[in-house]
Design a binder for this molecule. Structure first.
Ligand code: SF4
Ligand code: SF4
Ligand code: SF4
Length: 369
């Protein structure tokens, strides 16, 4: 029985390892323990018969024939899929009365859907998974799921900013809905007694459009107007939080990150060139004539790119990720954001982004063989 049960979870891990963002096995079976913590055996079996698409695209009628051997009626299957969606272990979308289900990636997906549901036991399994070797098996395709854009008021009025780098435009062009959500990374830090040093607030992240549907239907977030979203983003900017939306022109989510809780910022701070891990079109430059050495930018920069030398701030371009936090908060207007020579133009949609990631992964797999 125990062996059969492990087979179900192994099948699920291998299924998830085929997604555009992999879920590789680890030495010692940390991946199986993590899956067991989240999925009941019946749920694991159902999940191996679902498909990953950027948005779930299959109704229970389409999925049911693949699960005939489970003995579940169609209604029982629908109830189980709804429970799984509510647990945040699969993706879910609703269009009127019609519901769609599909596999979720581990990140961005199942982990983020654990907002308000994290327990110390689950967190311990997640940490075991990340710390177990071989770490290098989580392969980067070079096409990130999120990117860094400048906060409002950090671009000079006389400079043009591309619509996809302009948070106000991105929000205004979207039909919504908009939902504000607690930050799951900060909730994880709270659980281990190491709370965020940048902010006491937790309602900091946003779902936009289709991505926000599950958050609204399952009460994981609070629906807000565009104006309220902009007002929260303004607070986030004042506290020095870095804007990281989805790597798409039609944004699906916006994260507001700090160097102590965000896995990417925290994990790359020790690297010699953190800038290599971020997709950004900007960098900052200080005017030494205007800098008073007040150190506001040093305190706020989440990636430790600003340092004081002879009473004046210098920006390390191997570290600067062009978030604009220093520019928007400098009392002497001594810093400006400058555009890079080569600009990153994000994919239009989630579909395009994940198909690019999947394509790149195939190429990398071929080269590795
Ligand atoms: S990526 Fe940043 S904002 Fe998003 S959940 Fe993690 S720390 Fe919070
Ligand atoms: S915030 Fe502005 S004035 Fe203060 S140290 Fe930084 S660049 Fe200089
Ligand atoms: S110096 Fe720091 S705060 Fe300023 S743009 Fe670069 S990364 Fe952001």
């Amino acid at each position: 029985m125990a062996e059969e049960e492990t087979d179900v979870y192994r099948a699920l891990q291998q299924h998830m390892d085929q997604f555009p963002v992999r879920f590789p096995a680890r030495e010692g079976g940390a991946e199986i323990r993590l899956l067991k913590r989240l999925f009941k055996p019946k749920e694991a079996k159902i999940a191996t018969k679902l498909r990953f698409t950027p948005y779930p695209s299959e109704t229970v009628d389409i999925i049911y024939p693949r699960l005939a051997d489970t003995g579940l009626s169609k209604q029982e299957l629908e109830e189980t899929l709804d429970e799984m969606a509510k647990k945040g272990i699969i993706t879910y979308l609703r269009d009127g009365e019609t519901k769609y289900y599909g596999n979720a990636l581990w990140v961005i997906g199942i982990y983020e859907f654990q907002v308000d549901k994290l327990t110390p036991e689950l967190l311990a399994e997640i940490q075991n998974y990340y710390s177990a070797p071989p770490v290098q098996k989580i392969q980067s395709t070079g096409i990130p799921q999120m990117r860094t854009i400048p906060v409002g008021q950090s671009i000079r009025r006389e400079d043009s900013v591309a619509n996809y780098d302009d948070i106000r435009h991105l929000i205004n062009q979207s039909k919504g809905p908009f939902v504000v959500v607690n930050c799951v990374c900060r909730q994880a830090k709270d659980l281990v007694g190491d709370p965020c040093k940048a902010t006491d607030r937790r309602e900091l992240c946003f779902g936009v459009g289709k991505f926000s549907q599950a958050y609204i239907d399952f009460g994981w977030g609070r629906e807000v107007s565009k104006d309220e979203m902009l007002a929260i983003l303004e607070q986030n900017k004042n506290e020095g939080l870095v804007l990281q939306p989805s790597n798409t022109k039609d944004i699906e989510f916006v994260c507001s990150c700090c160097g102590c809780c965000c896995g990417l910022l925290e994990g790359t701070k020790a690297a010699p060139r953190p800038v290599d891990y971020f997709t950004t079109n900007y960098y900052s430059k200080v005017d030494p004539e205007l800098c008073t050495g007040c150190e506001t930018c040093i305190e706020l920069c989440q990636i430790e790119a600003a340092t004081l030398e002879n009473g004046i701030v210098t920006i390390n371009l191997d570290r600067c990720i062009g978030c604009g936090i220093c520019v928007a908060n400098c009392p002497s207007e001594a810093i400006q954001l400058l555009k890079k020579d080569e600009l990153h133009v994000p994919p239009e949609t989630f579909d395009e982004m994940y198909s690019k990631i999947a394509q790149r992964r195939k190429e990398l797999d071929k080269t590795a063989k």
